[in-house]
Design a protein around this ligand. Structure first.
Ligand code: C5P
Length: 294
């Protein structure tokens, strides 16, 4: 049996724009993605008898192929023609679940990177990302990570200059949001306000944190049910009041993040939000994406 552990970082959406609904039911997206330092740990025991399965200690997470991490292992084995049968994937969750921060997709990406290492595969990162496409729309990005423009379903990736060093406060409210339902809401009331993605990318190119923070924007916020929208707004307001340069919901939510240039203010924001929310994290952008072994 070979055993090794790998880091699986969370992501935030600096921007999320929806261009149109496609014939296949998916939506054409344009998003600026950023990895952050909050990580799950994914341990792989290749050769541990019992087939391919996951364990996380969380009763509400599936342990079979309905878990993206197991789906990723199956996709990797099929793509590489692997003859191995047994793999135990042990996931230590720290990233909030169903929260718009790609926890499940990142675990799947860690499985792909891990299996490449464990099986001495010569697959390029791009080939590995391609295998991830069938597992989920965010998985290719999670394989490559860092700062990237994601288009198409989310699988067409272009690296971008890193987000300048800063502190990122994440706050996940207690409610959960169905991603397909949110896309359907967008179908029925396409919001007019859209992110300035070009301006955001220009801000990254100039290394200008303030310019980036001013342009973080997520079109999904406008199609949330009123009560949830009010809660997201109130977290954003709290972050801004504590000194965030900008704040938005990440992905299909409900996690909200704020960007801070001062550590003391970010820590104060964490303290304030912890009075009302159980899941609040102080993180940093991962500039140089090397979420290797632990
Ligand atoms: O690809 P993934 O399984 O993560 O997508 C989950 C759901 O989100 C899809 O079933 C679809 O309803 C929606 N989706 C979409 N357009 C995208 C990505 C996801 O409509 N680009």
């Amino acid at each position: 049996m070979i055993s090794r552990s790998f880091q699986a970082p969370a992501k935030i959406n600096l921007s999320l724009d929806i261009l149109r609904r496609r014939e296949d039911g998916y939506h054409e997206l344009c998003m600026v993605m950023q990895s952050v330092s909050l990580c799950d740990t994914v341990r792989l025991d290749l050769g541990s008898p019992g087939g391919i399965r996951a364990e996380s200690g969380l009763r509400f997470l599936p342990n079979d192929k309905n878990n993206l991490a197991v789906a990723a292992a199956l996709a990797f084995r099929q793509a590489t023609g692997g003859q191995w049968r047994d793999l135990l994937i042990s996931i230590q969750k720290r990233i909030p679940v169903c929260a718009g921060t790609a926890g499940g997709s990142s675990d799947a990406a860690a499985v792909l990177r891990g299996l490449r290492a464990l099986t001495d595969s010569a697959l390029s990162p791009e080939a590995l990302a391609k295998i991830g496409e069938a597992v989920g729309s965010d998985v290719p990005y999670c394989v490559l990570g860092g700062t990237a423009l994601a288009q198409g379903r989310g699988e067409r990736l272009q690296p971008l200059p890193p987000l300048p060093p800063c502190w990122v406060v994440l706050c996940k409210p207690a409610f959960s949001i169905s991603t397909p339902a949110l896309f359907r809401s967008w179908d029925s009331c396409k919001p007019r306000l859209r992110p300035d993605t070009k301006g955001l990318i220009a801000g990254l190119e100039a290394g200008d944190l303030v310019a980036v923070a001013r342009r973080i924007f997520n079109v999904f916020e406008a199609v949330l049910p009123p009560r949830q929208r009010r809660e997201i707004e109130s977290i954003k307001t709290a972050l801004i009041r504590e000194g965030a340069l900008g704040a938005a919901m990440s992905g299909s939510g409900p996690t909200v993040f704020g960007l801070f240039d001062r550590e003391a203010e970010a820590k104060q924001a964490v303290q304030v939000l912890r009075e009302s929310y159980a899941e609040v994290f102080l993180t940093r952008p991962l500039a140089d994406f090397s979420p290797g072994e632990v």
